[in-house]
Design a protein around this ligand. Sequence first.
Ligand code: SF4
Ligand code: SF4
Length: 226
Amino acid sequence: MIISKKKDHEELLSLIGNYNSFFLIGCSECASLCGTGNDEAIAELTEKLKAAGKTVVSATIPKTGCQTLGTKTELKKFKEFTDKADAIIVMSCGAGTQSAVEIFPDKPVFPANNTLFLGNMTRFQVFDERCSLCGECIIGLTGGICPVTNCPKGLLNGPCGGMSDGNCEVSPDIKCAWVRIYERQKKIGNLEQMKEIIPAKNWSANQRPANLSLKEKKDKTNEVKK
Ligand code: SF4
Ligand code: SF4
């Protein structure tokens, strides 16, 4: 899931400047689990905006904010309110916010949150980064633990010389990712894998902006079948 955190309210107020009325858009997926785009977050922001002399004309929580077409369809029934609002405030990740930018090309759109990382909820409302979206997954070679993300140096072969008593040189309060990989490989009977050098990654798979069209693939498959 995409982990987001509420922006400092003063920062948001300075972003929205002299606009007075707002339509709020949350998200029922990741931002709801992060407490940044759910009912409570919308109620809290509504109160804060009112206290700052602003008006919230209405709000909604679409199913999946980053699903641009679905969100556009869901927002149609709020047209009366979105038309009235000076601007839109989006309480989701940056992708959901940019859905709103596409849906409202003539209206200012502001992000209420900072988008932090792709992570796992390991305990209630505790999130840990697990994957850096590198585009070429190598965890099949590392016992399922990602060194690109869990090692602060992103070393594909480790540990580095700074590892001390199993802990990381850069962040001594965490276990070295490569010690974790070793322990995991040992547990699953795959220590032989540790002898193999993992080659340099193809970072071109990580170029931005990325895009993928499954439709194109289907079309090509259809072409082949014809
Ligand atoms: S190797 Fe890349 S894709 Fe796989 S978990 Fe790590 S960052 Fe994510
Ligand atoms: S100690 Fe381990 S996790 Fe820390 S930087 Fe070195 S190899 Fe990476």
